[in-house]
Design a protein around this ligand. Structure first.
Ligand SMILES: Nc1ncnc2c1ncn2[C@@H]1O[C@H](COP(=O)(O)OP(=O)(O)O)[C@@H](O)[C@H]1O
Ligand SMILES: [Mg+2]
Length: 230
């Protein structure tokens, strides 16, 4: 399903963080949102999910305006945010974390996600807070899947993870994309972005400064140096 973000302005108090962001995710596309720390990537995802309410602009998903709807109403339409700090319930087991998120009509059942994430099956009786960072990230993604997302918003899913775990997450994101779920991915790891994405947006100080296809972006060394180099 299609997401159209049109010139949104979002604030924290008086601080004007998003200054007219526009972007699109077409049905089944995997699109990355890139930019330095503080550029407004997380705020963009939070604005789509309804956690931050833009003061101006529109966010249309599957033909329907999302601005003004509550977080749970947006979630019910299939927009699923996997936040940066993952939001795992530490005192619940892996299986309990998944069970509370299951939607009966989901195309991914508990056993489907265990097949996708064998590590989670092995650790299903473990408490959420006994998991490694990588396992927590897998659980957060698995939990989004059993809730049957139409649009998955992922905030830096590979941050701080070991390279083998990063590869595992890339493999999973590839599968999610093959299943036809639209994905908007915030990611700092350029190699990960280039492996997966159909298109990219780069934002800087709350504005889109570049957009291009995967193929175009591979050649854009100047854009990478200017907006993404640390
Ligand atoms: N809860 C908040 N209250 C006030 N300012 C915030 C809050 N969260 C983020 N900001 C500010 O908004 C800007 C964009 O932040 P963010 O969207 O988190 O950027 P990114 O995810 O690209 O690193 C930054 O200047 C940040 O300091
Ligand atoms: Mg962020």
């Amino acid at each position: 399903m299609k997401l159209e973000v049109n010139r949104i302005h979002s604030y924290y108090g008086k601080s004007h963080v998003l200054e007219g962001i526009s972007l699109e995710v077409n049905p089944g596309e995997l699109v990355t949102l890139l930019g330095r720390n503080g550029a407004g990537k997380t705020t963009t995802l939070r604005s789509i999910a309804g956690i931050v309410r833009p003061a101006e602009g529109s966010i249309v998903f599957d033909g329907e305006e999302l601005i003004g709807k509550e977080v749970f109403e947006i979630a019910r339409r299939g927009v699923s945010l996997v936040p940066e700090h993952r939001g795992i319930f530490g005192l619940l087991s892996v299986e309990e974390n998944l069970a509370i998120a299951v939607r009966a009509s989901s195309r991914w059942s508990l056993s489907d996600v265990y097949e996708m994430f064998p590590r989670l099956y092995e650790r299903r009786k473990n408490g959420g807070n006994a998991l490694s960072g990588g396992e927590q990230q897998m659980l957060a993604i698995a939990r989004a899947l059993v809730n049957d997302p139409k649009l998955l918003l992922l905030d830096e899913p590979t941050e701080g993870l070991a390279p083998v775990i990063v590869d595992e997450i890339v493999r999973i994101l590839g599968k999610i994309r093959e299943a036809g779920v639209s994905v908007l991915l915030v990611e700092q790891n350029l190699a990960v972005c280039e492996k997966l994405a159909d298109r990219h947006y780069v934002i800087e100080q709350g504005q889109v400064v570049y957009s291009g296809t995967g193929e175009q972006f591979r050649q854009e060394q100047a854009v990478k140096d200017r907006y993404l180099a640390v």
